[in-house]
Design a protein around this ligand. Structure first.
Ligand code: RB5
Length: 214
């Protein structure tokens, strides 16, 4: 037998073994798990990119005319009207998602539309209110990419941006003075996310179903 023929045969056999192994691997549970884990990490990456886009838009839009979406139920109505006036005086444009009177309403009816707009990236930051701030915050946090922070003072409003990259400020309309609420809104709008170690933590805030296979 010619020397070359031997080499070719050995190569062919090696390739066949490799081919067989590949087929077995493609049929294996390990391969299935690897694909699933790749899919999950890809989803995470895409979500992270979206977080980055929000942050980027936030910095740019602050230099231009920033539109601030705001929503409340009847418990936050008067404070909302006060904040709208202050925001407009300060040069912001405001998108008012209601409510439009003191008449009793259900806070999710106003909060969900605002939170959906934040989720879609229509606005970088928003403000929501109800009597205690709890119902508004709970409703907003059911949306992907929404991080609503219920705050009671200026320092908490700043920390929500610095450490949690909060994109919605939730205020307890019946429990704090209007002037304090305005100070908190300004602190929230003018404070940047610090990034660094906080990025990893914020990325881990994911709906539970995304952690199932890890
Ligand atoms: C309305 O009375 C009140 O329940 C609401 O504004 C809010 O505090 C709910 O969390």
């Amino acid at each position: 037998m010619h020397q070359n023929e031997k080499v070719i045969n050995k190569k062919t056999v090696d390739n066949l073994i490799l081919y067989r192994k590949s087929i077995d691997y493609l049929k294996s549970v390990e391969f299935f798990k690897a694909v699933k884990s790749f899919r999950n990490s890809l989803i995470k990456r895409l979500r992270t990119m979206k977080i980055c886009n929000f942050a980027h838009r936030n910095i740019n839009s602050r230099k231009m005319e920033q539109i601030i979406p705001i929503a409340s139920d009847h418990g936050g109505f008067e404070m909302k009207q006060f904040l709208i006036e202050k925001l407009e005086e300060a040069g912001y444009k405001v998108k008012d998602y209601g409510t439009h009177s003191n008449e009793s309403v259900d806070y999710p009816d106003m909060i969900h539309p605002l939170a959906s707009a934040i989720e879609k990236g229509e606005y970088p930051l928003g403000i929501i209110l109800c009597g205690s701030g709890n119902g508004a915050q709970m409703t907003a946090n059911h949306h992907h990419h929404v991080r609503a922070a219920l705050c009671w003072n200026v320092e908490l409003a700043k920390l929500a941006r610095q450490h949690n990259d909060a994109n919605i400020l939730a205020l307890p309309g019946r429990f704090i003075p209007n002037e304090l609420a305005w100070e908190m809104v300004q602190a929230f709008l003018h404070t940047d996310f610090e990034g660094g170690r906080h990025t990893r933590r914020v990325e881990k805030i994911e709906p539970v179903e995304n952690h199932d296979d890890e």
